[in-house]
Design a binder for this molecule. Structure first.
Ligand code: NQM
Length: 354
């Protein structure tokens, strides 16, 4: 049986299989078929593969050396379904991105610095560049450290992620509907794309408090239907066409903060509750809430200017730093930053189901 070289990594609050592009078939159809068999999709338990039976653990990162100047590596993200045999490249993933730089060093694509290494990563799904900086004492990746992130037990080495030019990276503009606020089937929403297309609505407008645990939301089939209808209509307004089989747009329901953060969120990917919130999903939500007139901006308890905005989510908090260029109208996002951690879980050969 032929195996494939693979590294399993936790990236932020997600887990995925990382491959060098050269270790996978070049033909996308053959590649996707192989990846489905590696992950054990379709099967709600992914019992015959290495997927973790949830969308945030059914992910793939494909990395290769850059072919153009200006960045070090190319990163293609693929979201694999769990119970459906789907492979989607319509979104990127900021959580798996947190492991891409270390993977590139481990595979010899990028030389490690003596203390820290900075890797410029082109996100092939969106065409934008992210910069990842992490510890490489003595020229080796060190995954251990004292940084805790919500949704992951224990601590690990911090990875600084810095994003620029993410505005409209999937839909073409920061406010893809052309408005800061829209009415979709009687629900007020703000549709935004600052690296991830997201529909922001008030939790109360969908009949929930916004503080429910993820498993309670997952069991609420009426809510799932409402969110599906909302995102399907909003997706059309955002220029994404028929999104019924697409992982974007995500939906984030917001409520007043109650744990010292700036806003409380519950996110759906695209209709299943996220255990926390995605990285670029979080960046997009914060960007929306900082815009005058955005739905939910009245609930935001904004920190002093220049300080990160802490998003409360179903398993803790995510801090997002956003720098706006206020000399333009409307203001443009200059850069956004998030701290994550990542860890190599195993490195070896994976054997796909036949
Ligand atoms: O928004 C889940 C995750 C993500 C994506 C999702 C992500 C991001 O938690 O950048 O990280 O939104 O499907 O990994």
């Amino acid at each position: 049986m032929t195996g494939v070289r693979c590294m399993l990594m936790r990236g932020g609050t997600s887990k995925g299989a990382y491959f060098l592009a050269e270790d996978l078939p070049a033909d996308p159809a053959a590649r996707d078929d192989l990846l489905l068999r590696i992950m054990g999709t379709p099967d709600p338990r992914q019992i015959d593969g290495i997927g973790g039976a949830h969308l945030v653990t059914s992910k793939v990162a494909i990395v290769s050396a850059a072919t153009e100047p200006g960045h070090d590596v190319d990163y293609l993200f693929l979201q694999l379904g769990v119970d459906q045999p789907t492979v989607s490249d319509r979104q990127t993933c900021g959580n798996l991105l947190a492991g891409v730089g270390q993977f590139a060093v481990e595979r010899g694509l990028v030389p490690a610095g003596p203390e820290r290494t900075t890797v410029r990563v082109r996100l092939l799904n969106t065409g934008t560049i992210a910069v990842a900086t992490f510890a490489t004492p003595g020229g080796e990746v060190d995954y251990s450290g004292g940084t805790a992130i919500s949704g992951v037990p224990g601590t690990a080495a911090p990875v600084e992620l810095d994003f620029t030019e993410t505005e409209g990276s999937v839909c073409g503009s920061l406010l893809p509907t052309g408005h800061v606020r829209d009415d979709v089937g009687g629900i007020e929403v703000s549709c935004v794309d600052n690296g991830m297309p997201v529909v922001v609505a008030r939790a109360a407008d969908l009949g929930i408090t916004g503080y429910e645990p993820a498993d309670v939301l997952a069991a609420d089939s009426a809510l799932t239907e409402r969110i599906d209808a909302l995102r399907t209509e909003a997706g059309k307004l955002m220029g994404l066409g028929d999104v019924s089989a697409s992982s974007v747009p995500k939906t984030t329901l917001v409520a007043a903060p109650r744990d010292g953060g700036a806003i409380c969120t519950r996110t759906f990917i695209p209709v299943k509750p996220h255990p926390s919130i995605g990285v670029l999903g979080g960046v997009s939500v914060v960007t929306a809430l900082l815009l005058d007139g955005a739905v939910g901006s009245e609930l935001l308890v904004a920190p002093p200017a220049g300080e990160p905005v802490e998003i409360e989510h179903a398993s803790g908090k995510l801090a997002v730093g956003i720098e706006f260029d206020t000399t333009t109208t409307p203001p443009r996002v200059r850069r956004s930053t998030v701290i994550r951690t990542a860890r190599k879980l195993f490195d070896g050969t994976v054997f796909p189901r036949q």
